[in-house]
Ligand binder design. Structure first.
Ligand code: NAD
Length: 373
């Protein structure tokens, strides 16, 4: 399995494979860049073998490990870009634990994993991600201080979802201004796919701003929670991407912008919280651009959560106003991306990647110059 030559390995500073026979831990920590500060990114606990369950056992094992390596490299590079575009003093990293969290996710395993994070001496800070829970983060904390997004404690910043939702709301305002030329969301129709943690907070902001809501979810209670706050049109999960609206806000799972859904989208703006919305980066965002649909790159618009934990990594007292101001700057950053995309006739995702790479390479150059003095 080539690692050094793989496209996703590009520019990684360090990748650590961790194992602990006593607890069954198999994990990978990828530090893409520490140019801007300690790398920070979630810890994903995922049963990679599940998608290869029909293959012979030895092949399934190899392929699932390949998937895990690819995932952690891709995601850690993505975190570098996200943190850079959010203007944070944080680099990009990610970790994956291989296996079923329900079977393997014991306190002993999480503590063993914490010991590996600790050995990196602060170049990687873990946080909650798919498959991990706040309780697991507390288990990791038993072995290391290099963990963030904790509830309580002197520097704890708590649930990131309200901050992610505020950033998405600011991003939608910037996109509406750029694409439709309106300074207000009054009367703007927004279709929210998934009204979970982020989607519900987003619905509140949009409603207060006078937007009309169209919503869907696969959990009735989540829909009801939005309806309890006021009016919204409820549609099926299968039809949400194709409803007549101004803004389509994916706030459920990734991969929703693909060959099937793209031709059916009627919105002129796509701006939502979900990670990895494009099935194929560089292809589907280019198709959106050619159709005149403005796409807010997911990692730029959904950075409110990581912005929220920056002070926790630095063990600084939380300044609510400063955090809010930083989250609200997501709108300005997106406007720069939108304008450059228009000027250069390139997809917004390509523009955002280039901007992020530029920020990181300048920080690297400054670091090297400082070290040479
Ligand atoms: P969540 O699990 O609380 O909410 C997701 C919602 O989508 C749930 O209500 C779920 O029932 C619904 N859903 C799932 N499949 C669906 C489908 N096919 N159709 C319609 N609804 C469906 O998650 P969240 O924390 O609100 O995050 C939402 C998205 O934003 C995720 O992609 C997440 O990775 C991303 N994100 C979240 C944060 C954060 O701070 N929570 C930060 C950055 C990115």
């Amino acid at each position: 399995m080539p690692v050094f030559d793989s496209r996703s390995f590009k520019d990684h500073e360090q990748v650590v494979f961790c194992s602990d026979a006593a607890t069954g831990l198999k994990a990978i920590i990828a530090v893409h860049s520490t140019a801007l500060g300690p790398s920070a990114g979630g810890c994903r606990f995922w049963d990679y073998a599940r998608s290869h369950r029909h293959s012979p056992a030895d092949i399934a094992e190899t392929r699932s490990e390949q998937d895990a390596v690819y995932d952690v490299l891709r995601l850690s590079r993505g975190m570098s870009f996200k943190n850079a575009m959010a203007g944070l003093r944080l680099g990009g990293g990610k970790s994956v634990i291989i296996g079923n969290p329900k079977q393997l996710g014991t306190p002993a395993l999480m503590q063993a994993f914490g010991r590996y994070i600790n050995r990196l001496g602060g170049s990687y800070y873990a946080a909650e991600d798919v498959g991990t829970t706040p309780a697991m983060m507390m288990d990791i904390q038993a072995s290391t201080d290099y963990v963030s997004g904790l509830d309580g404690g002197e520097f704890g910043t708590g649930d990131p979802s309200p901050h992610t939702a505020l950033g998405v709301f600011e991003g939608i305002k910037a996109a509406v201004q750029h694409r439709i030329g309106k300074d207000s969301l009054n009367g703007i129709k927004v279709a929210i796919q998934g009204v979970g943690h982020v989607g519900q907070y987003l619905a509140d902001h949009l409603r207060t701003a006078g937007a009309e809501l169209i919503i869907t979810d696969i959990v009735d209670d989540h829909i009801q929670a939005v309806l309890d706050g006021g009016a919204a049109t409820v549609v099926s999960p299968e039809s949400i991407h194709s409803v007549d609206c101004d803004v389509f806000a994916p706030c459920a799972l990734g991969g929703g912008l693909n060959d099937t859904t793209l031709p059916e989208i009627k919105a002129s703006i796509i701006a939502g919280a979900a990670n990895n919305q494009l099935e194929t980066e560089g292809v589907h965002d280019e198709q959106l651009r050619q159709r005149g649909i403005l796409y807010a790159p997911d990692y730029v618009i959904n950075a409110g959560g990581i912005i929220s934990v920056e002070t926790e990594v630095y063990r600084e007292p939380l300044d609510h106003a400063a955090r809010r101001a930083k989250v609200c700057r997501i709108g300005e950053t997106l406007t720069k991306v939108f304008k450059a995309s228009d000027a250069e006739s390139l997809p917004t995702g390509t523009i955002a990647n280039a901007m992020a790479e530029d920020i990181i390479s300048k920080a690297n150059a400054a670091k090297m110059a400082a070290a040479a003095e």
